[in-house]
Design a protein. Structure first.
Length: 405
């Protein structure tokens, strides 16, 4: 009965608190309404929202603060309960525990709760905790995205902005395709006081187009001597490059050569190194600053020995150095072939001797074997038309190397 009266009296005091404790109040009642001193060293901790369902368990009533009128009394002992905001220690025997800070919970692995007895679940506030990212598949497993289709409306605009690359002139305009047409074309240009290296073939197409008799070696030699004589009188202070060789050098495209100098091609189809030696005086009156020489393949096809080829080229280099001392002489290596009669080992051996001869005569040696040879040591298939002569692509590669000097 005394405990009930004391509780009623305490409830009345909470509603209308007085300045001083009522007289005759017991010591336990005075202690119940006395303020509780909170240690100044412990900062006030704001209540944290529960992060998981395992933390949502029955707990004592909590208040935002611990004023006198909000004190709670244990009805069994008549002692005041500790302020839930001042201390949040685990209550013995009830299974209640203090919620940990969010930073500490984030660092703990998600596992079954030892206090609640059931597994952890998803957080109650998904907007505060990002959802787990899916695993990143390996690079090899990621499929390539399908190509995006171009809208039909943009096709005309793109075609106008980026027109297709036009074909080169040699692919759309007529050109000499055999020795007879080449001879008549050069003869027509020379008759008009011009050199074929600076004249488009279309200008005299009516004079060289069609079938005709193949010119002889003497006719070719006479024509080249006349071209050299014209160059000797018309060169002036202009620079001149001289090209000497057989059919490989004869068909070197003239329309793609730089026009900042004169080009005089003194090559004859099927000619050997011995025949080249005989007609060196035909262009002695010219003043070239660069001379390119490639010869020897026809010698090998006609049964000449390796020594004959090397000795003839040695004599040619010696004569050119005496006849044109101001010129830089470049000796080109013999190109590989796809012919069984000309094995690669033999051509490679001759080229090693030619490199030595060029060094002895003060000439440069341009080794083209690595560029034109495939894995089997033969002439690359895409660079030849018949296994011996060069294709347009082959001439483009050779011309790039030739122009490096």
């Amino acid at each position: 009965m005394d405990a009930c009266l004391m509780a009623v009296q305490l409830w009345a005091d909470c509603i209308t608190p007085g300045p001083e404790p009522l007289a005759g109040m017991t010591q336990a009642a005075r202690a119940a309404i006395a303020p509780v001193d909170t240690p100044s060293t412990t900062p006030a901790v704001s209540p944290a929202a529960p992060e998981t369902l395992a933390q949502v368990v029955p707990s004592p009533r909590r208040s935002l603060a611990c004023p006198v009128w909000n004190r709670q009394i244990d009805p069994t002992t008549s002692n005041p309960l500790a302020c839930p905001m001042a201390t949040q220690e685990t209550t013995a025997g009830t299974g209640l525990h203090r919620p940990e800070p969010r930073s500490a919970q984030a660092s703990q692995p998600t596992s079954a709760s030892a206090d609640s007895g059931f597994p952890m679940s998803l957080p109650l506030h998904p907007e505060e905790t990002p959802s787990p990212r899916p695993p990143i598949p390996p690079r090899s497993a990621v499929p390539n995205p399908p190509p995006r289709a171009m809208p039909a409306a943009l096709t005309p605009q793109i075609s106008r902005l980026a027109p297709p690359t036009p074909q080169p002139a040699w692919a759309t305009q007529p050109r000499p395709t055999n020795g007879s047409q080449m001879y008549r074309f050069r003869q027509a240009a020379l008759g008009a006081g011009q050199l074929f290296t600076r004249t488009p073939p279309q200008r005299y197409v009516n004079q060289w187009q069609g079938d005709g008799e193949s010119p002889t070696h003497s006719q070719w030699r006479s024509l080249l001597a006349r071209e050299a004589a014209v160059m000797a009188h018309a060169q002036g202070p202009n620079r001149l490059t001289l090209v000497i060789g057989d059919s490989l050098a004869l068909w070197l495209p003239a329309d793609t050569l730089p026009q900042n100098r004169f080009w005089l091609n003194q090559s004859i189809s099927g000619e050997t190194t011995h025949q080249i030696r005989q007609r060196l005086p035909d262009f002695a009156g010219t003043r070239p600053d660069t001379i390119h020489l490639m010869a020897g393949i026809n010698d090998l096809r006609q049964g000449a020995t390796d020594g004959d080829v090397v000795q003839n080229i040695n004599q040619i280099l010696l004569h050119l150095r005496q006849q044109h001392p101001q010129a830089r002489v470049i000796l080109h290596s013999i190109l590989p072939t796809r012919l069984e009669s000309l094995p690669r080992d033999r051509i490679a051996l001759i080229n090693r001797h030619l490199a030595y001869v060029a060094n002895q005569r003060g000439a440069d040696f341009l080794d083209l074997q690595a560029t034109f040879t495939d894995d089997q040591g033969q002439l690359r298939r895409e660079l030849t038309t018949d296994g011996l002569h060069l294709s347009r692509q082959g001439y483009a590669i050779w011309q790039a190397a030739l122009l490096s000097y």
